[in-house]
Design a protein around this ligand. Structure first.
Ligand code: ZN
Length: 231
């Protein structure tokens, strides 16, 4: 199996897509996200697995967490998530917190980063990271919130992943990517049916940066945060 190491040997700097819901999405290295039927991840792709706040079920939570933990040990699972907190969804808030905390604890134990879904719960997210003294990297995915929230997240060591919001020149994401420290950024397609190259194009143009330079930055971040090791 050659999850992602081959690119160092055979290719130029890869396009990294850290979050897609579509198996087979483009990107030289793509982390495919799965929120159920974890047995499906036994393949040659790389994955993130997590219990999404939208789909939590109080009756099966313990069972779902044990299944998550069992599969999270696999080498091709390189992150936990997406998981997190969502104040706009119907899921019971206490259930969301409980599930999120337990997933962070699994991630800490396995030393794998966490890909976070957060909607209108950034204070609670920061508090949770502080209370649990989380050491493993936490990446807020699909970030398109304001600068004030981004500054707080930055202060607390979070990473940011940007997606299709970069395609709109007046979005929060487009403004923010310019000011953020470059070692804190990632790119993704999420559930959108677009190419990761389109996201890289948009990001490079916002940053007024050559695309190869951007690819190198993101690849470096990927190696650091996801514990990528050269073969
Ligand atoms: Zn997603």
């Amino acid at each position: 199996m050659c999850f992602f190491n081959c690119y160092d040997l055979n290719h130029s700097t890869p396009y990294i897509n850290i979050h897609s819901h579509h198996l087979g999405a483009d990107g030289d290295i793509t982390i495919t996200n799965t929120h159920q039927f974890f047995e499906r991840i036994i393949d040659s792709n790389i994955h993130s697995i997590g219990l999404h706040p939208w789909y939590l079920n109080t009756n099966t939570l313990n069972e779902d967490l044990s299944s998550l933990e069992r599969y999270a040990h696999l080498k091709n699972v390189i992150a936990i998530g997406e998981c997190g907190l969502d104040k706009l969804c119907q899921t019971d808030w206490e259930l969301q917190k409980k599930a999120f905390i337990q997933q962070i604890q699994i991630a800490e134990k396995l030393k794998k980063p966490v890909i976070i879904h957060c909607v209108k719960a950034f204070n609670e997210l920061i508090e949770t990271k502080k209370e649990l003294k989380v050491k493993t990297p936490m990446i807020v995915h699909g970030y398109n919130n304001n600068k004030h929230i981004a500054e707080q997240l930055l202060q607390h060591g979070f990473y940011f992943s940007f997606g299709k919001s970069l395609l709109k020149s007046d979005s929060n994401a487009s403004a923010l990517i310019v000011t953020l420290s470059k070692e804190r950024i990632f790119l993704e397609t999420d559930d959108a049916d677009i190419s990761i190259k389109t996201i890289f194009d948009a990001a490079a143009s916002r940053l007024q940066m050559n695309e190869d330079e951007l690819k190198a930055i993101i690849y470096n971040n990927f190696k650091t945060v996801f514990q990528y090791e050269r073969p």
